[in-house]
Design a binder for this molecule. Structure first.
Ligand code: GDP
Ligand code: MN
Length: 393
């Protein structure tokens, strides 16, 4: 278990068609296509593009081909049938709300290309492979030699010579080298200037007449760069929402969803972050980061408990408060209010120190039970919560 948990604001994931629009702005060769919300619309678009077309499910998850979310359509009945069957389909828990209708490309070879950030190397990492169209993780496992990596210094950037050497190292078709180099330089530009955390093309294809085309697009934008990209706003409506986060944000709470089983509540971002770490050090993992803020009132605490209680993954709750402006008895008031308001599913461990902690602890004493316990210290509280989460309900 890592002692530190990364807590960062959610990144912006683009749907394939948004990713392709993003790529097109940087001159990358994407196939002509449009989004359809209904079979009739799909038919009109296909008429305009000319057959054959591909009908592609637009969801924030890969593996659509295998799931039946991508179909070739050679004529009008086929485009209607394909769209009917794909719309509303469930792919890995994502419901298909729209499809991309795209001019079908002919494929001679499928490659893979991506850029991400290699934090430990403090460089951008480019990955290129002649074995595209399948999951790159599987390729890395079965045929690691077919993967060529470049680490790019963000100040120096990717030069044409670098890109040429990279294409050669990946043993891509030499006849298409010029075009591939051009595409990789544009992909790099999109990655850097577009403030992306990830740009991935899988597959990047070669057509039978030797042209290079972007057939799929996976783009994750860095939400921290939003201030210089007003165009990001258009992506908000289609973001997969973490319902826990929406519920928390409406209540004015600083909340970030995580994957563990210990619900965490603390006052102040610093304390909340260390609480998440202490839970990890105790051998557990936090279900969330939640800061109720420096001046939280009883209602804020009750709201925080409600949000956490609604997370089915939570099996124990650790409330870690160091009273400053927030007074101990106000925190306890909030906890008692929450207990009256909602049926808590998980036991609560409370560590209460700082301003008026004594009063708070005295107030809560009559209500202590197997569902509500006091801990003497932060590590003891974390250990107890982890133990309870492990023990299950
Ligand atoms: P993913 O399964 O979610 O990664 O979706 P992709 O967009 O990568 O499509 C999956 C596969 O469908 C690709 O690897 C191609 O083999 C195939 N495919 C997608 N678009 C086309 C196309 O225009 N023409 C042809 N012939 N095959 C396509
Ligand atoms: Mn793909």
């Amino acid at each position: 278990m890592p002692p530190h948990t990364r807590i960062e604001s959610r990144s912006v994931d683009l749907l394939e068609h948004q990713g392709k629009e993003f790529f097109a702005r940087y001159g990358l060769p994407v196939s002509p296509g449009f989004v359809a919300l209904a079979p009739s619309e799909a038919r009109e678009i296909a008429e305009r593009l000319g057959y054959p077309v591909v009908v592609k499910a637009q969801v924030h998850i890969g593996g659509r081909g295998k799931a039946g979310g991508i179909k070739l359509a050679r004529d009008e009945p086929e485009v209607v049938t394909a769209t009917e069957s794909i719309l509303g389909m469930d792919i890995g828990g994502h419901t298909v709300g729209c499809v991309l209708i795209e001019e079908a490309a002919q494929i001679a070879a499928e490659y893979y290309a991506s850029f991400t950030l290699d934090r430990s190397a403090r460089r951008y990492l480019g990955i290129l492979s002649a074995r595209g169209g399948v999951e790159i993780e599987a390729v890395a496992e079965s045929d690691p030699d077919s993967i060529a990596k470049v680490w790019v210094d963000p100040v120096e950037g990717l030069s044409e010579a670098d890109a040429r050497g990279w294409v050669a190292a990946a043993r891509l078709d030499e006849m298409a080298a010029d075009e591939l180099v051009e595409v990789l330089l544009k992909l790099y530009l999109a990655f850097v200037e577009g403030d992306a955390d990830l740009v991935e093309i899988n597959p990047l294809i070669l057509t039978p007449d030797g042209r290079v085309r972007v057939l799929d697009a996976k783009v994750t934008l860095d939400a921290n760069s939003r201030f210089r990209h007003p165009e990001y706003e258009e992506y908000d409506a289609t973001q997969p929402r973490d319902e826990r986060e929406s519920a928390a944000h409406t209540r004015g709470l600083q909340y970030v969803g995580l994957d563990g089983a210990v619900g965490v509540i603390a006052n102040g971002a610093g304390l909340a972050m260390s609480t998440v770490d202490v839970v990890a050090q105790a051998g557990g993992s936090a279900a969330n980061f939640l800061d109720i803020g420096g001046g939280a009132d009883a209602d804020t605490m009750a709201g925080a408990l409600e949000v956490i209680n609604n997370d089915p993954a939570v099996r124990a709750i650790f409330i870690n408060i160091f009273g400053g402006i927030v007074k101990g008895e106000v925190v306890v008031e909030g906890i008692l209010e929450a207990l009256d308001r909602v049926a808590m599913r998980s036991p609560i461990v409370l560590r209460l120190d700082g301003t008026n902690a004594e009063q708070g602890r005295a107030m809560i004493a009559p209500r202590l039970s197997e569902m509500l316990m006091l801990a003497d210290s932060m590590p003891a509280g974390a250990a107890k919560a982890v133990e309870l989460a492990g023990a299950g309900l």
